[in-house]
Design a protein around this ligand. Structure first.
Ligand code: FAD
Ligand code: NAI
Length: 465
């Protein structure tokens, strides 16, 4: 008789957890996955990546039709916004994909244990009313919105919202204030701006998109400003009062100074996310968190407690779905006795605005700390496809080691930058030099030729500039 009910119990069915569970089952391990939500797919499929991209895509079409972009090419239309229908499109996308995971669980014989999981001991977890034992438990509980003291979120009311509330607004705000110029603020701020809202972004730091390459951050702000988003940088929000359907925000310069107020009919709090560990019963297994509230793991995703591993947003590293997925595959492979690899130095990140903003590897600032570097840049304005499509904004930047020419980082602002960055990630994974990229034949006319020309610019020889 088996000592445990399961070989593997995964807690959380987000991109980390559901991928870990499916891979474990594929590798012949008896697997269950606990999820407290009504649907599988975690933050990403339910209230994150997928619904936000559904609205970004739809609002992009709306803006293209409403502005002069299509008219410029001889297509005259007068679009009318049907927001309930756009919201139904968002929900359809979510329903289709979350049901898809349910199908994959059945197909791969992963048992879904419905309910909130709490550790009793390292191999025993209570899920709802059921007690489940497993040889290995994988914590993949993800993250949730970081609250801002003094600014109380009420998604039902829709005046002060977090990302979940901002995805389901039933009317276009007249004025939306976005607190935090990070990924969520810029993506969801863009959605509502395109649909007609005035958007003001209040950012604590002196520049938006912390963590990204310095040139990219500056250029991104220029592009968003041109699109109509107003920025208040170096500004700290200190409080918010709501009266009826209006919010009044109090803010002051981050460096200190006079306070000011600003009114809006929608405030989006998007100042980051924090790991979900509350109520998991980590005390029962003696597992401590680091200073940032994350669970520390080794390269096999083992925590300090035998038999308990962790992946995804709940451990250190970028809070990204593809990082969680890759860790999900790797952790299952380790549990099955194989070698699971995630190269944490080559994880692309993408902001799905228009144009998109993407990067992989080191920023120029970080690369300089490692030694002497070479940098090649190529503007999208000089790329034939982007120019033809009236998409002149942005550039590609390739950073390589001055001595070895090995690529250390690639950054891009371009309409399909998220797709373009995949080749840079692959090149870096194979240890490519900028010359390797420069001498790789790229199809013409594609935006990706800008990656090749930026690589050519590293040694000073692009053709179209
Ligand atoms: P999660 O997806 O958060 O899943 C964890 C799951 O665990 C949840 O379903 C939760 O209900 C469940 N859970 C928690 N505790 C328990 C418990 N005790 N018992 C049972 N179940 C539990 N990333 C990208 O890469 N690209 C994007 O475009 C992107 N867009 C985003 C847009 C928004 C608005 C947001 C909020 C996030 C976005 N992200 C994006 C980030 C991405 O969603 C996360 O990085 C990813 O979901 C993390 O996966 P995870 O499996 O670690 O956790
Ligand atoms: P973020 O960390 O990207 O940005 C938060 C911003 O808020 C930062 O610029 C920070 O300086 C600022 N800030 C912090 N406190 C503030 C304050 N009191 N007042 C004003 N500004 C303040 O966090 P965000 O946008 O909430 O997203 C959370 C995570 O979700 C991201 O880290 C990302 O990993 C993930 N995500 C990824 C997406 C993607 O891959 N396209 C899309 C959306 C989210």
């Amino acid at each position: 008789m088996a000592e445990y009910d399961y070989d593997v119990l995964v807690i959380g069915a987000g991109p980390g957890g559901y991928v870990a569970a499916i891979r474990a089952a594929q590798l012949g391990l008896k697997t269950a996955c606990a999820e407290s939500r009504e649907t599988l797919g975690g933050t990403c499929l339910n209230v994150g990546c997928i619904p936000s991209k559904a609205l970004l895509h739809a609002s992009e079409y709306f803006e293209a039709a409403a502005g002069d972009h299509m008219a410029h090419m001889g297509i005259e239309v007068t679009p009318k916004l049907d927001l309930p229908k756009m919201q139904a499109h968002r929900q359809d996308a979510v329903d289709g994909l979350t049901k898809g995971i349910e199908f994959l669980f059945k197909k791969n014989k992963v048992d879904w244990k419905k309910g909130r999981a709490t550790f009793q001991d390292a191999h025993t977890v209570k899920v709802g009313d059921e007690t489940v034992t497993a040889r290995e438990v994988v914590i993949a509980t993800g993250s949730s919105v970081t609250p801002l003291p003094g600014v109380e979120v009420d998604n039902d009311k829709g005046v002060v919202v977090d990302s979940t509330g901002a995805l389901v607004l039933s009317k276009v705000p007249e004025h939306m204030i976005v607190i935090g110029g990070g990924v969520i603020g810029l993506e969801l701020g863009s959605v509502w701006r395109r649909l007609g809202a005035k958007v003001t972004c209040v950012e604590f730091l002196d520049e938006i998109l912390p963590g990204m390459d310095g040139d990219i951050r500056k250029e991104a702000r220029k592009v968003f400003k041109k699109q109509g988003i107003e920025f208040k940088l170096g500004t700290k929000v200190t409080g918010c009062t709501v009266s009826g359907d209006k919010a009044t925000l109090t803010m002051e310069p981050a460096a200190g100074g006079d306070a000011e107020t600003m009114e809006a009919d929608c405030v989006l709090v998007s100042i980051g996310r924090r790991p979900n560990t509350e109520g998991l019963g980590l005390d029962a297994i003696g597992l401590e968190l680091n200073k940032r509230g994350q669970i520390e793991v080794d390269h096999e995703f083992r925590t300090a407690v035998d038999g308990v591993r962790a992946i995804g947003d709940v451990i250190p590293g970028p809070m990204l779905a593809h990082k969680a997925e890759d860790e999900g595959i790797a952790v299952a492979e380790w549990i099955a006795g194989q070698t699971g690899i995630v190269n944490h130095d080559v994880i692309p990140s993408v902001v799905y605005t228009h144009p998109e903003i993407a990067g992989v590897g080191l920023t120029e600032e970080e690369a300089k700390e490692h030694g002497t570097i070479k940098v090649g840049k190529f503007p999208m304005m000089a790329n034939s496809r982007a120019k033809t499509n009236h998409e002149p904004d942005g550039f590609v930047k390739v950073i390589s080691d001055a001595e070895t020419d090995r690529v250390m980082g690639v950054w891009a602002i371009a309409v399909p930058a998220g797709t373009m960055i995949a080749e840079a990630a692959l090149a870096m994974e194979f240890g490519a030099t900028s010359e390797d990229i420069a001498y790789t034949c790229h199809a013409h006319p594609t935006h990706s030729e800008a990656v090749k020309e930026a690589a050519m610019a590293v040694t000073g020889k692009p053709i179209h500039m």
